[in-house]
Design a protein around this ligand. Structure first.
Ligand code: CKP
Ligand code: MG
Length: 312
């Protein structure tokens, strides 16, 4: 198998209408979590993946498990527990151009993950470990579990890919900074955004952020620039890439995870770094055109069509 990840996936409820949520009556539910968003995107692009997590043994947990399994992700090490509930969050479209996220996940099943979930034989079946900064933010046991998995994966020779995914609603600034920096030093490929470079290093220039992470030991850094695309620095190659076309944004959440899926799939298929970053930009852009964090993730065919159209 190719890519393993660990993290929390939740049910997200979104009011059907735009406006402050206190007036909302009808909600739609979807499934979301940064790590499975990326794994689902990878599966759609033909990359095999596995997910380690813990869900509540409740109706929402069962729904997530079936959904993630249905997308083709291996769930052999996803545990259902009777001791805690599945986490949820709400995505409020406060104004037509302003989305706010509200978490109801403290004490959730995933936040009670522990090291017993990490099985060396299972981990050894993968080539890459994909981590985000959300998993260590949700609780100290989840952080310890992720750090243990990181250690085991490095011992087994997996390549480590990291999206810092800073979520200051979930942990305090000092702990976030110290933890994210210590993880970054262990990673081969890092996919930050500008705001994370600002938070971690006080740098807002993508070239300086990438250089800083290369100096800390990364092989490849791709800094996401939203609508502007992304900047990459890999070995002696640097440059900018953009999505093939401008899109109409319906729901911005999940763009970073879509980017990660497109980029990682290209990297695994040994595309040039430039083409892999371009594929990441296309996947990230397409995610935003559909309501929900994973529903807009493209298939390989869709990305190929987009590119051939772009070249003619
Ligand atoms: O950085 P992104 O907008 O790509 O991440 C979105 C995900 O895991 C979303 O699905 C949500 O569940 C979360 O990030 C989170 O915990 O904030
Ligand atoms: Mg992100």
């Amino acid at each position: 198998m190719d890519v393993l990840s660990i993290g929390e996936t939740m049910i997200v409820f979104s009011p059907n209408e735009v406006g402050p949520m206190r007036y909302a009556r009808d909600f739609t539910s979807h499934i979301a979590g940064a790590e499975t968003n990326t794994l689902i995107g990878l599966q759609k692009l033909g990359i095999s993946t596995g997910w380690i997590s813990q869900l509540g043994n409740d109706e929402l947990g069962q729904r997530i498990l079936s959904f993630v399994r249905g997308e083709g992700i291996n769930v052999d090490f996803v545990k259902l527990t009777d001791d805690a509930n599945t986490g949820i969050f709400i995505k409020e479209k406060f104004r037509s151009n302003q989305t706010r996220v509200h978490y109801y996940r403290s004490g959730s099943a995933a936040s009670q993950m522990n090291e017993n979930l990490i099985n060396k034989d299972y981990v050894s079946q993968f080539k890459f470990l994909y981590l985000t900064g959300i998993t260590p933010a949700i609780s100290s046991s989840s952080k310890d579990t992720m750090l243990h998995l990181l250690k085991v994966s490095k011992q087994l020779g997996l390549k480590i890919i990291f999206d810092p995914n800073l979520r200051l609603k979930l942990w305090d600034e000092d702990e976030a900074k110290a933890t994210l920096l210590s993880i970054i030093k262990e990673c081969d490929i890092i996919l930050p955004g500008i705001s994370e470079g600002e938070f971690l290093f006080g740098l807002s220039d993508e070239r300086k952020i990438a250089q800083k992470m290369i100096d800390l030991g990364a092989e490849t850094v791709v800094v996401k620039l939203g609508e502007q695309g992304a900047y990459y620095h890999s070995g002696d190659q640097t440059g900018y890439e953009k999505a093939s076309q401008e899109v109409e944004v319906v729901d911005p959440v999940g763009a970073g995870d879509g980017f990660a899926a497109g980029f990682i799939a290209g990297y695994i298929e040994q595309m040039s770094i430039q083409d892999a970053v371009h594929q990441g930009c296309d996947a990230g852009a397409l995610v935003t055109t559909v309501k929900g964090d994973v529903e807009g993730l493209p298939t390989k065919e869709e990305l190929e069509n987009l590119n051939s159209k772009n070249k003619t």
